[in-house]
Design a protein around this ligand. Sequence first.
Ligand SMILES: *Cc1c(COP(=O)(O)O)cnc(C)c1O
Length: 360
Amino acid sequence: MERIHNFSAGPAVLPREVLEQASDELMNWHGCGMSVMEMSHRGKEFGTILEAAEADLRTLLGIPANYRVLFLQGGATLQFAQVPMNLLAGDSADYIVTGDWSKKAYKEAQRFGAVHQAASTEADGFTSFPAGSDLKLNPDAAYLHLCSNETIRGVELFDFSALPKGVPLVADMSSHILSRPIDVSRFGLIYAGAQKNIGPAGVCLVVVREDLLGKVAAGTPTLLDYAVQAEQHSMLNTPPTFAIYMAGLVFKWLIRQGGLAAMEQVNIEKARMLYAMIDRSGFYHNPVQPACRSRMNVPFTLRDPKLDESFIEQARQHGILQIKGHKSVGGMRASIYNAMPLDGVQALMDFMDAFEQQHG
Ligand SMILES: *Cc1c(COP(=O)(O)O)cnc(C)c1O
């Protein structure tokens, strides 16, 4: 059976080569006579898988030596709580609210202490990222939290140099990590649920600067203490072994593609093509300010929402699936992560063109 063009926001498409390799290795990983799912997380086989995943991720992102890499569970949603539990230390924190995810993070953090909204773009429908000069910063904040790619509205921050220096930056990068090179040293902590641009659901990546560890709030479960997880190499308890293995295969695939600089070029081209066609047509529309348009998640509406259902149905007949927008905004959303090839985007554009010819 032919595979479809999968535009899901997450869990999302994985590279074909990675799925083929996982399939080849499923019954008998590297001659050990069992699958990765069946091996002890304390055994030497899984040890090599975990070590390689971390080493390859460090290579890809250029993670400095004073940062720890954690493979955790509970998704990005648990990080909304785990970050303040570990970093707030009785102080306050600032949150930039630029969409549904950063708003959720801000709300959750309120359970753990004094957190402030440094800026919100909600009044203009979450269509931009605030300028550095528009941030109301508390000089005593333990950290400044942001979501650098808002998956639902498709708002991405490209220029991290506009963010304040001095205060540790905490970024939810769930839906665009590994889509381009970044300067990890600008951040105190980066987290990302895997199921968008890393691998299957079940593992959440945390990259944290060492000096921020060790300030966990009293009463925090041991499992949620970053310092303990760092000391135990993410193996305080059984880690999500298969999800880590799959993420590791994706890291190796990214290295074979030429790394993140090469991925960025492809991602720029895919997004450029799709936004250009949306802007060209009077039939499709994207409301996000051009400088903040996400390269990963491209939401768009049809001129007449009554056509939405037939758009989705006809797309399906063309092998284009999971294109429906998030229920909170409606319309469509094409998520075009690393694993979405250029010809998938081309297939979507061809279909959109034909649909517009028919209904425009
Ligand atoms: C999907 C997503 C989340 C939630 O991830 P879970 O793994 O489901 O908890 C949080 N933040 C962003 C930016 C996301 O895209």
